[in-house]
Every structure is written in C-alpha cells, then in structure tokens.
Design a protein around this ligand. Structure first.
Ligand code: ATR
Length: 285
C-alpha cells in the first residue's frame, strides 16, 4: 500500500484478463512504499470488448500509466497516441505512460531480460551470440531487443519451425540481419550451441506444474554456455539444474520479471526503484 490514499495519489493500473496470477501489484506497491511515493498500483481485469473504453477512461483520470498483459499487449496499440520504436518492431506494448494527456506505449519485456543478464550474470549483449528456444510473444520481445542492442547473432529454434522462420525474418528485416533458424533436431542443436554463448528458454516448458520437463536435451549443454530461463515458477527449473550439473552459469526468470517492472516504474515516476525490494516482494508471494 502507499502511505496515504488521497486526491493526490497517482494510480498505475494493470490491464489484462484474467489477473489472478499476477505478481505486479505486490512488486510495485512495495517499491512505491520504499521510496515514500504517493502512488498505488491496481490490477484491473478488462475483457477485450471493454479495452477501448477503459483505456480512454483511464487517460482522463489520475493515472500515471499502466501495464498491459495477456490478452491485450497487441490490441492496446490501437487505443494509444504513440508507440515507441522498439515496441513498434516487437508489435506489442506492456507499459503505457500518460503524460500531458498523451498515452505512449513501450515494451520493457526484452529490456527486462537484458538488464537481468547484466545484473545477474555480468553479461552485456553487444557482440554476443544467443540461441533462443521458442518463437512466441516473449521470444519476440527478447530477440528484437537483443538485435536492437547489437547482439552479433540470434539463433532461433522452435517446435513449430515456420514460426521460427517468421521471427528470424522479422528480426533481419526490421532491425538487423543477424538471425538464423536452427531446426529442433538434437544433433543440429548441439552443434549450433557449441558456437553460441547464451541459451535462452522463452517457452513455458518446465513451468509449474510441469516441473519435470525441459525444452532441450541435457546433453546439448556444454560447460562454457550461459543458460537463462524466463520461467520463474519454479525459481530453479529442470533446465537450470541440468545446466548447473554440467558446469554452466545460469540465470533464472525472476530477474526478467523484476527488471521489466523496474523499467515501467522508471517510465511512470522518473525514478529508479529498489530492485532488491522488488525481488523480496515477489519471493514473499
Ligand atoms: P508467450 O507469449 O509466453 O511467449 P506463446 O506466444 O504462446 O507464449 O509462445 C509459447 C512458445 O512456447 C512457443 O514457441 C511454443 O512453441 P510452438 O510455437 O510450437 O507452439 C513453445 N512451447 C509451448 N509448449 C511447448 C512444448 N511442450 N514443447 C516445445 N515448445 C513449446
């Protein structure tokens, strides 16, 4: 909770449906409290048919902005005034800021991953080679952001190979030509991974309650690889355990969750939140 709720309280919303599993309100309200800010973060369940009206109403109220989540990350773009360049190439918005009556959309999901990689593993993206498993919304945000941040190479591997081709082509045409598809076949993946530096699982494979699953075979992993998983429940997935056993450095998904939130916080308030408090809040949930 914020310190006082009064006419000066700035609201930040979360628009999505359903919102039962969201960690965002506990994380942001803890960060507002830590800085003594008179802000309140509110989950607002909105169905697709009401999104336009809710977005228009919020823009005329005492909201500093809002987060957007499933299923509205793409459709919200029709109802806001401006979309920042990275969000435009990703084709999805997860943060909206409201300033002087104008709604501007951003995408901080990929940036959250990049900051988590820097903070958690000391890795900068420039000049690095990435191997991404998955080609859904999360893969797109991460891959486009990595290309924007001058990654050297982005290899994409997905169960449905056509989606991997579509994503690689999108990266190559919209940002820079650095992406190739790796077919999901063990020997080919193994060889490709020998030349990559950072493996990123963007699929939901291994997420609770399917804790015993992993997106690729353990024998594809080798010691020098950095292995990142965006799944955060469980905190240490089967993939990360297998990677540790093989001597790889690993990075869990909580960092991306916290840092994408921290980027939103900065956009709404102009201030840097305490990421330690945000980690503590999500871990206590
Ligand atoms: P999100 O927006 O969270 O990324 P999504 O768009 O539904 O979610 O994408 C999920 C990704 O996980 C896809 O790449 C999906 O592969 P397909 O494109 O073949 O569907 C991948 N995925 C989900 N379950 C999987 C499984 N059991 N094995 C392999 N890949 C899986």
């Amino acid at each position: 909770m914020c310190l006082t709720i009064d006419v000066n309280t700035k609201l930040v919303g979360l628009l999505g449906y359903p919102l039962g599993h969201s960690f965002s309100s506990i994380m942001h309200n803890a960060a507002f409290k830590k800085l003594g800010l008179n802000y309140l973060y509110l989950p607002i369940e909105v169905t697709a048919e009401n999104l336009r009206e809710v977005a228009a109403g919020i823009a005329r109220m005492n909201f500093a902005g809002y987060n957007v989540t499933i299923p509205h990350k793409m459709s919200i773009m029709k109802y806001i005034d401006r979309v920042d360049e990275l969000a435009r190439v990703i084709g999805a918005v997860n943060v909206v800021s409201l300033k002087s009556g104008a709604a501007t959309g951003y995408n901080t999901d990929g940036e959250g991953f990049v900051r988590s990689l820097q903070a958690g593993a000391g890795i900068r993206v420039e000049g690095r080679s990435f191997f991404i498993v998955g080609s859904g919304g999360a893969a797109k945000s991460i891959a486009m952001t990595l290309a924007f941040r001058e990654a050297r190479e982005i290899l994409i591997c997905n169960r449905t190979e056509q989606k991997a081709h579509d994503l690689a082509e999108d990266i190559n045409t919209k940002v820079k030509s650095c992406s190739k598809v790796v077919p999901m076949q063990r020997e080919i993946m193994k060889t490709a991974l020998r030349h990559a530096e950072i493996l990123v699982n963007t699929t939901s494979v291994g997420m609770h309650p399917n804790d015993d699953q992993m997106p690729i075979d353990a024998d594809c992993l080798y010691e020098d690889l950095i292995v990142a998983d965006i799944v955060y429940n469980p905190v240490k997935t089967k993939l990360l355990k297998a990677a540790e056993e093989r001597g790889c450095r690993t990075l869990g998904g909580l960092g991306m969750l916290v840092y994408q939130g921290a980027e939103g916080f900065r956009i709404w308030t102009g201030l840097e939140p305490s990421v330690d408090i945000m980690f503590e809040a999500v871990l206590s949930r």
